[in-house]
Ligand binder design. Structure first.
Ligand code: HEM
Length: 460
């Protein structure tokens, strides 16, 4: 039985494409732009007519940019321009003091203890999906990518906003889909730095989705404000919404403004669901191609899920390793970018405020100097003792430094519990004639979804 295999990914190009080809490919699928040298060299500088980019895939240099000298770097204007439509005042996009204040205020909700307390709810949401899948026609085929997108949105709705999303969940989810689709492609206009008033394709759809979100989120806030007015502190729901509305910044005593509250609700819903859905989608795909790991994860789930719920997560070591390996091969956020605020040296290379610094987890995680057989699926790399050999800053699915993902424990817990449940209860096989291909559209996902045949285990 094969234990490792090579999952689909673009073969690195022999050399970088010319400008026109590069812009076309960036628009279609940035993953297909990477040439061999990026996977072999620690730092590569490229000069385009409108931009100088420095691609950094050396752990020491990454630490310099994201951690040690983080205050000298900002999120880049392209990323901000793309995200600004709607998320502009949320934690993902703000900078400086506003970021510090928001991060301090929001951190308690994502503390490990708080996240652990969501385990039971997460398992209940996973159970609801299992019930639905059991009702599918014999050998029913479903697009699990879509299923996981709904599941992870619902997970946020019931854990973080304990009253749920409020209005019609399906309509909200459809609007979220539309929103990501419209945001999803790197436009040439964005790359060239065209100002916001220049019309871009997809902006109308984006505005429509945003207007809808604003309406729904304002309603959620209004309902919660009325409820908070009626109850005392101990009776208030203990969730992100209460925190957003009530808790002042520990340092300044200032609460978040209504605009910041709304932007953060949208930020958590959008930053937290598709990323996690992709991790689950890729993990499911990878397992479906590796009977050896499917059996191992199932054996682990049989013991852990049917036993004592205390310490459940710590028992799901193999399941977690599969999720981590899925995030290595297919990191939901395939590239991070920064701009220096002043001249700086990254390794031997001088960068200045006009440079764009790119750290691409997709490249880093497949770098020839950092990983053994980087293109092969092998979750064993994340098991002891091999795990200790992974250099710090060689594996960055959640970024690093002060702007590291605030929801990483939440996402890993959710993905691990859901995957264990599904593998325990179902056979999941790729639908015949499906070609799986990774595409980077804001997040990294399979180009045409992931149709799978789902069969309850007892009937398999
Ligand atoms: C597998 C799932 C996830 C992945 C791979 C992921 C990845 C990332 C990455 C790479 C960053 C850093 C971006 C940068 O440095 O430019 C980030 C930031 C962020 N993530 Fe996640 N994320 C995931 C799940 C979540 C969840 C569940 C939430 C919330 C519910 C969340 C909320 C955020 C926020 C608010 C930030 C900005 C943090 C800041 O700038 O202080 N993410 N995420």
């Amino acid at each position: 039985m094969r234990t490792v295999f090579r999952p689909p990914a673009p073969t690195p190009l022999p050399t970088m494409p010319g400008l026109v080809q590069l812009l076309r490919t960036l628009h279609r699928n940035p993953l297909e732009c990477w040439s061999k040298e990026f996977f072999e060299q620690p730092i590569v500088r490229i000069r385009l007519p409108f931009l100088e980019a420095v691609l950094v895939h050396d752990p020491v240099a990454i630490k310099h940019v994201l951690v040690d000298n983080a205050e000298s770097y900002r999120k880049d204007p392209i990323q901000r321009r793309i995200l600004a439509a709607g998320l502009g005042d949320g934690l993902l996009s703000v900078e400086g003091q506003q970021w510090e204040l928001q991060r301090r205020t929001l951190a308690p909700l994502f503390a490990r203890r708080t996240v652990s307390s969501f385990s039971d709810v997460m398992l209940r949401v996973a159970d609801a999906l299992c019930d639905r899948w059991r009702g599918l026609k014999a050998h029913g085929t479903v697009d699990v990518a879509q299923e996981f997108t709904l599941l992870t949105l619902n997970m946020l709705a019931v854990t973080i906003f304990s009253d749920g999303i409020g209005s019609d969940f399906n309509a909200f989810s459809a609007a979220m889909n539309d929103y990501f689709d419209a945001l999803g492609r790197i436009g040439v206009l964005d790359l060239l730095g065209a100002p916001d008033y220049v019309p871009r394709p997809g902006r109308k759809r984006l505005r429509k989705a945003l207007a809808y979100f604003e309406e729904v989120i304002d309603e959620i806030i209004a309902v919660r404000r009325r409820r908070l007015d009626r109850v005392n502190d101990t009776e208030a729901p203990n969730d992100l919404l209460t925190l957003l509305l009530r808790v002042p910044d520990p340092a300044t005593g200032r609460p978040l403004s209504p605009k910041e509250v709304r932007a953060n609700i949208l930020t958590f819903l959008s930053a937290g669901h598709e990323t996690t859905a992709n991790a689950l989608t890729w993990a499911t795909f990878l397992l479906s191609q590796s009977p050896h790991w499917y059996e191992r994860v199932r054996a682990e789930a049989d013991v852990a899920l049917d036993g004592d719920r205390n310490g459940l997560l710590e028992q799901l070591v193999l399941t977690r390793a599969v999720i981590e390996e899925a995030l290595r091969l297919y990191p939901s956020i395939a590239a991070l970018s920064r701009v220096p605020e002043c001249t700086d040296a990254i390794g031997e290379i001088n960068v200045h405020p006009g440079s764009l610094i790119v750290i691409a987890p997709y490249v880093l995680h497949r770098h020839r100097c950092l990983w053994n057989e980087p293109d092969l699926f092998d979750p064993a790399r994340f098991l002891a003792p091999a795990r200790t050999g992974i250099p710090r800053y060689a594996y960055l699915p959640f970024g690093a430094g002060p702007r590291t993902c605030i929801g990483s424990s939440f996402a890993l817990q959710e993905a691990t519990l859901v995957l264990a449940k599904l593998v325990q209860q179902f056979e999941m096989q790729l639908a015949p004639a499906t070609k799986v291909w990774p595409v980077q559209k804001i997040t990294l996902r399979p180009a045409n979804g992931l149709p799978m045949r789902i069969t309850p285990r007892s009937n398999a």
